[in-house]
Write a protein that binds this ligand. Structure first.
Ligand code: MG
Length: 291
């Protein structure tokens, strides 16, 4: 049995590479066990009970689960090949002798599902017409091989999610200026009616992390009161009057990083859709650009 220590750790690492090659062959060629998979030359009986030396922690050395389960999968491949070729587990061979010895001496402690399956196969000695054999192997494939790839995919998806979140956190907030009259509130005679879609849109933008400013040609105080009227006051960073004079070298109509949206067509928009619109490639640079 393989007992890993700092001197022979390289052997375990090499065997894990062989196991991964076998896993890929199983997944790629058959999506399960198949005849003649690439088991390479290592002796799986030597590794199925692998452990760390007494004074070492398994955790620091190798993926022992992968090593033991991979060795079990290699043994199962050998059994599957034997069955495909001979269709008789009572026929003795060096391979079958090894297997029977391993089953009787506690070799499969870490992979009890393999032990149970092997005992069942040897006990019933099934023929090709026994329909329970294929599901038995498929279950073991799922338990050891497919679940290994699933774990990798989950880990990679998690890393991707975290990376994306980090990027979102790093991006400066989207700055949005919101008007009052006929945008958030409709004035009909003396009544003032909130415009639900626009009010909800402002709430959604706040939830999505936008930095919101409220302005009105009625002045800053009017903007604040109106925002309070429709329950949005707390979501705005500041309230401003609309400008009457702008001192700027670029006409507003030429600002390249500005999107104007009519309140009637804002419903399906999000911070992401605005960002997408703003990040479209610019036409060739002109000598000066807005700041
Ligand atoms: Mg207006």
């Amino acid at each position: 049995m393989y007992i890993a220590n700092f001197t022979n750790i390289g052997i375990g690492e090499e065997i894990i590479k062989e196991i991964l090659r076998l896993y890929v062959d199983l997944a790629d060629s058959h999506g399960g066990f198949g005849h003649g998979c690439d088991r390479s030359a290592f002796d799986p009986f030597h590794f199925v009970n692998a452990a760390a030396a007494a004074d070492l922690s398994e955790h620091h050395l190798l993926d022992f689960d992968l090593l033991r389960q991979g060795a079990a999968v290699s043994i199962l491949c050998g059994v599957y090949d034997h069955w495909c070729e001979v269709e008789d587990f009572s026929k003795e061979s060096a391979w079958m002798t090894n297997l029977r010895m391993a089953l009787s001496d506690g070799t499969f402690t870490y992979v009890p599902e393999t032990k149970a399956a092997l005992e069942e196969l040897l006990h019933h000695n099934p023929s090709f017409s026994d329909a329970w054999v294929a599901p038995l192997f498929q279950e073991l494939y799922d338990l050891y091989v497919a679940s290994y790839f699933r774990r990798l995919a989950e880990r990679s998806a998690e890393a991707h999610r975290m990376g994306a979140q980090a990027l979102i956190r790093k991006a400066p907030p989207l700055v949005v200026y919101v008007d009052i009259d006929e945008t958030l509130i409709r004035n009909v005679g003396r009544s003032r009616i909130p415009i639900p879609a626009a009010v909800q849109h402002v709430r959604d933008l706040a939830t999505q992390g936008a930095e919101l400013y409220c302005w009105s040609s009625g002045g800053a105080a009017y903007a604040r009161e109106s925002a309070r009227e429709v329950g949005l006051e707390a979501l705005f960073t500041a309230f401003l009057p609309k400008p009457q004079v702008m001192l700027d070298d670029q006409p507003v109509s030429t600002w390249r990083r500005l999107v104007q949206v009519h309140p009637l067509s804002c419903e399906s928009e999000t911070v992401a859709s605005y960002r997408a619109r703003l990040s479209r490639p610019l036409p060739p640079r002109e000598p000066t650009e807005e700041r």
